[in-house]
Design a binder for this molecule. Structure first.
Ligand code: AHG
Ligand code: MN
Ligand code: MN
Ligand code: MN
Length: 331
């Protein structure tokens, strides 16, 4: 690997893209990088540190929390609170958003929304997990405490978004609206290095990712689309290949690098699907679009949906542009 540009250098170098920014966004991205390093280190030794297994509580999503869900949430909350760049934070693991309302934080311009540990059902099996983050400029007045409106903004208002993928290597991928770049962590040195510059979502691919066990619950259009991807067509490389990990970050990352489509549609048991608009849908949609891909709920652009509540769910179809458009034809 060529170790030319560190994430820290890249963040500073690109600060000039924001002529009015005074460096707060750069500092915030650096805080996320730090929290990511801590979570990475914990996950790496999870089997030795007795932090596998369930925490014994349910989160607001009605899911049983893993110990690492709680740990990753605490690391991000504490790391971001210890610095002065955000006035509030919302998390998949917390029922309400947090307001950081001492003098330094009240003056901050940004709020963060996180999925601290994505794919947490996979942790105990040593399968790839991730962290997803989304950053907005507050709409409430600087100097006052953060309000719900700061968090309920459509995805088009994101100023940055990204994820960490804790896989065969740990990679941080992010966008500030000027393309998508990925940085691989070198654990020996303790730094992230630019390894995936200007990522492009291939316009099409041959991989589809969906939990097909839910087939019976899917809308007719999705059922027909699945039959279509499985049909033989030599010219179009069908049937496609099925790849589904149960970690959105992992499925998204693979599809973005090699081409593919991810679908988590609505079903009768999950009327709006499972994925959360604010912690999963919007950040992944922002990354997808910035790389030339597409994200929709089947009918609307994900990033244009007006959020009504923090933990709102959304049907999510995301991936290579031509593949997403093909799926939409069936709906
Ligand atoms: P989380 O672990 O943050 O709750 O997210 C899990 C999500 C997502 O990562 C994955 O794509 C999907 O849930 C898997 O759901 P199913 O097990 O229903 O397929
Ligand atoms: Mn969860
Ligand atoms: Mn998730
Ligand atoms: Mn999660």
């Amino acid at each position: 690997m060529e170790r030319h540009i560190t994430l820290g250098e890249f963040i500073i170098e690109n600060q000039k893209d924001f002529p009015y920014a005074k460096g707060e966004l750069s500092a915030l991205l650096s805080s996320i990088r730090l929290a990511g390093k801590v979570v990475n280190q914990q996950i790496n030794k999870a089997g030795l540190a007795e932090i596998l297994g369930k925490a014994g509580k349910e989160n607001v999503q009605g899911e049983s929390q893993a110990k690492l869900d709680v740990m990753a949430n605490d690391v991000f909350v504490d790391t971001l609170r210890n610095r002065g760049e955000i006035c509030g934070l919302a998390s998949e693991e917390l029922e309400d958003f947090l307001v950081f309302d001492d003098e330094i934080h009240k003056k901050a311009k940004y709020v963060v929304l996180i999925d601290p540990l994505d794919g947490s059902s996979n942790i105990d099996a040593n399968i790839t997990v991730g962290t997803i983050f989304s950053i907005y400029r507050r709409v409430s007045k600087e100097g006052s405490p953060a309000t719900l409106e700061d968090f309920l903004q459509p995805g088009t208002k994101q100023v940055a978004a990204g994820y960490l993928i804790y896989g065969t290597s740990t990679i941080l991928v992010y966008t500030t609206g000027k393309g998508v770049n990925g940085f691989t962590f070198d654990p020996g040195i303790g730094s992230f290095f630019l390894s995936h510059p200007a990522i492009i979502f291939p316009p099409k691919g041959i991989t589809y990712s969906i939990n097909e066990g839910n087939y019976v619950h899917f809308p007719d259009g999705i059922k027909k689309y699945i039959k279509w991807v499985q049909q033989f067509d030599e010219k179009e490389n069908r049937p496609f290949t099925s790849r589904y990990t149960g970690s959105l970050v992992a499925d998204f990352h693979r599809n973005m690098l090699f081409g593919g489509i991810f679908l988590y549609p609505e079903g009768t048991t999950a009327p709006k699907g499972k994925l959360r608009l604010l912690y999963e849908g919007n950040p992944m949609a922002f990354l997808a679009e910035q790389a030339g891909g597409k994200a929709t709920d089947g009918f609307n652009r994900i990033m244009e949906i007006e959020p009504e509540e923090l933990h709102q769910r959304v049907p999510f179809i995301c991936g290579s542009k031509e593949m997403v458009e093909k799926a939409e034809e069936f709906l």
